[in-house]
Design a protein around this ligand. Structure first.
Ligand SMILES: [Mg+2]
Length: 257
């Protein structure tokens, strides 16, 4: 885990919003995860594994460690930076996502005197910054906490240490001041367990399934909505569930006067 921030981290009293990036800041319909998955599978095959064994280990490592790469480093001694170059680094992201004015407006409407905005991702920094730049929001993010693939002992979500380090890097001591949104149930559950104050499980609208007449909201990882978290289907809903960290609209301010 590491951080890149334009400023030295110092503790301040403001809330810190930690945003997951992949499948949260852009729609899962971009199919970036699938393209990533195909490249990771190809990487397993390149290690000489048989197709079924590659699929099995890919799934096992992702489930056990939250990141396939974690298992590859631990059990196959691969070079994580080579992995990153061949997997995330080779994605034609410019053809898959585009600038998102609505997301930009959403982040601009956060009251910076009350909250700071960080990204918290399991990707390496190259991918993280690429995505933020293409979406057109990189200048609205104070710092990015990413998995440092260059460090063989890197931590990642959902390991508690990753979140604790994130707090320290962002300079926030009170877990209640941490806001977090992620599409992965396990990642949100870990934050809830650490007492992070305002956890949101992003279960993108359109991904839900209907079973026996009942609608099931699911995250992009295919898991059910986390009951202990606030669940939303559209990022715009953050304006409501995190109402206290958004600028008051003119109408609202007038009403309050
Ligand atoms: Mg995600």
């Amino acid at each position: 885990m590491t951080v890149e921030s334009p400023q030295e981290s110092v503790t301040d009293d403001r809330n810190v919003i930690f945003l997951d990036i992949d499948n949260t800041l852009y729609s899962a319909s971009s199919k970036i995860s699938q393209a990533m998955g195909e490249r990771i599978h190809a990487y397993f095959l390149s290690l000489g594994l048989e197709r079924n064994r590659a699929t099995e280990l890919h799934h096992k490592y992702y489930t056990e460690y939250g990141l396939a790469l974690r298992g590859l480093v631990r059990h196959h001694e691969i070079d994580p930076l080579d992995f990153d170059k061949k997997c995330d680094g080779s994605l034609p992201l410019e053809n898959m996502i585009k600038p998102d004015p609505d997301l930009r407006k959403l982040l601009q409407d956060i009251d910076r005197s009350n909250a700071r905005v960080w990204a918290l991702t399991n990707a390496y920094k190259t991918h993280a910054y690429r995505v933020l730049q293409i979406l057109g929001v990189d200048d609205l993010i104070e710092g990015v906490i990413y998995c440092d693939y260059a460090d063989p002992k890197f931590s990642c979500k959902p390991e508690p240490q990753f979140y604790l380090d994130a707090m320290s890097k962002a300079g926030v001591e009170d877990p209640k001041r941490c806001f977090f949104i992620d599409d992965s149930r396990n990642n949100v559950a870990a934050a809830v367990k650490l007492g992070w104050g305002r956890c949101v499980h992003f279960c993108e609208a359109g991904l839900e399934t209907v079973e026996g007449g009942k609608t099931r909201q699911i995250g992009a990882d295919g898991k059910d909505a986390l009951p202990e978290a606030t669940v939303i289907g559209r990022l715009e809903e953050l304006r409501t569930v995190w109402n206290d960290v958004f600028k008051k609209s003119t109408d609202e301010s007038l009403t309050q006067m």
